[in-house]
Design a protein around this ligand. Structure first.
Ligand code: NAD
Length: 310
């Protein structure tokens, strides 16, 4: 059976390190400051923001949540970002995505001062990533690298295949792996014979958003599979297809589905990945917990740079 890479354990390690970095910053003058902007009432975004704020409070990061109404205009939102850019006590600005469709999300991201762009999504920071210059890295891909390193999975010289080419996950994950000296292939929805390309991977990153797509046919025996996907199943037949009655563990998943009315699954098939991979991240409890931990780490990095340069 494959080794399970425990994201919760690594998140806790990172949080412990973050706590002592925050204490040092406080002893030098002030706590790091993180501003989160949450527009409207998207329920999923509200949960994400609540978790981010809770974690920042646990670590002693000074937080501020700004909650403009759904009908805020792009210009009004730009003004909020502009005022956060000016504030010396704010080191990180996060505008929770997705924004309502009438807002020009690109303009908002581009308005964030690159030094305070703790999500690492500003085009300047994308350029910094591609060219190997310092700067905040997108949190989920940064979490993947932390997880691989802390689990002592070798990256240099390995064949890595990233499935998914989003600006948020796939592309930055591929560049981070490249900078760690992996040989990297990026695949996407138009890649012919995806299983064959994936089977070349010693490290397979699935960032697709398709429940249980990655079956044994995609996994080189013994590979490390990092499952970024978070897919919510709300149909019992879909859950039963992935977790058939005759498999041990299925009853427990169906019980969770019946209790909650939905079930989270990754992009990797949970039974296949456990049988074929050498190591893998579970869903939940794999990559997910690291995203917030890396947001905290990026905020503290920014505060260290800014306080250090005062
Ligand atoms: P996205 O929709 O922006 O990108 C998905 C990518 O997958 C695209 O590049 C597309 O080309 C590719 N793709 C789609 N169908 C495919 C197919 N059949 N075969 C091959 N490639 C295919 O999504 P995203 O924002 O990159 O997120 C991907 C997944 O990761 C989602 O499930 C999302 O919820 C999850 N996610 C998790 C975290 C976390 O903290 N763990 C963070 C961000 C995203």
């Amino acid at each position: 059976m494959a080794k399970v890479l425990d994201g919760n354990r690594i998140r806790d390690e990172i949080k412990t390190e973050c706590r002592s970095r925050v204490e040092q910053l406080i002893s030098r003058g002030r706590a790091p400051g993180l501003a989160v902007v949450l527009v409207g009432h998207n329920p999923a975004s509200e949960i994400y923001v609540r978790n981010k704020v809770k974690t920042s409070q646990e670590l002693g990061i000074a937080g501020e949540t700004i909650t403009p109404p759904e009908d805020i205009t792009t210009v009004e939102l730009l003004a909020i970002v502009g005022s956060l850019n000016q504030r010396s006590d704010i080191d990180g600005i996060l505008v929770q995505m997705p924004l309502p469709s009438h807002i020009d999300a690109r303009r908002i991201v581009e308005a964030i001062l690159p030094a305070k762009d703790v999500d690492g999504l500003h085009p300047c920071n994308a350029g910094n990533l591609v060219t190997g210059r310092p700067g905040p890295r997108p949190c989920t891909p940064a979490g993947i690298i932390e997880l691989l390193k802390r689990c002592r999975i070798p990256i240099a010289g390995q064949r890595a295949v990233v499935v998914g080419r989003s600006d948020l996950v796939g592309k930055p994950a591929a560049f981070l792996l490249l900078h760690e000296n992996a040989t990297v292939t990026i695949c996407h929805s138009k890649t012919p014979d995806l299983p064959a390309v994936c089977r070349e991977a010693e490290i397979l990153i699935a960032a697709i958003g398709r429940p249980a797509l990655i079956t044994s046919a995609y996994i080189r025996p013994g590979a490390t599979v990092i499952d970024v996907g978070i897919n919510r199943l709300d149909n019992r037949a879909d859950v039963e297809r992935i977790f058939p009655h005759d498999r041990p563990g299925s009853a427990q998943k169906l019980e969770v589905f019946d209790r909650k009315g939905s079930l989270l699954v990754g992009d990797a098939h949970p039974f296949d990945v456990a049988e074929s991979a050498g190591a893998y991240t579970p869903v939940p409890g794999g990559v997910g917990p690291l995203t917030i931990a890396m947001l905290m780490s990026n905020t503290i990095d920014s505060a260290e740079r800014r306080i250090g340069s005062c």
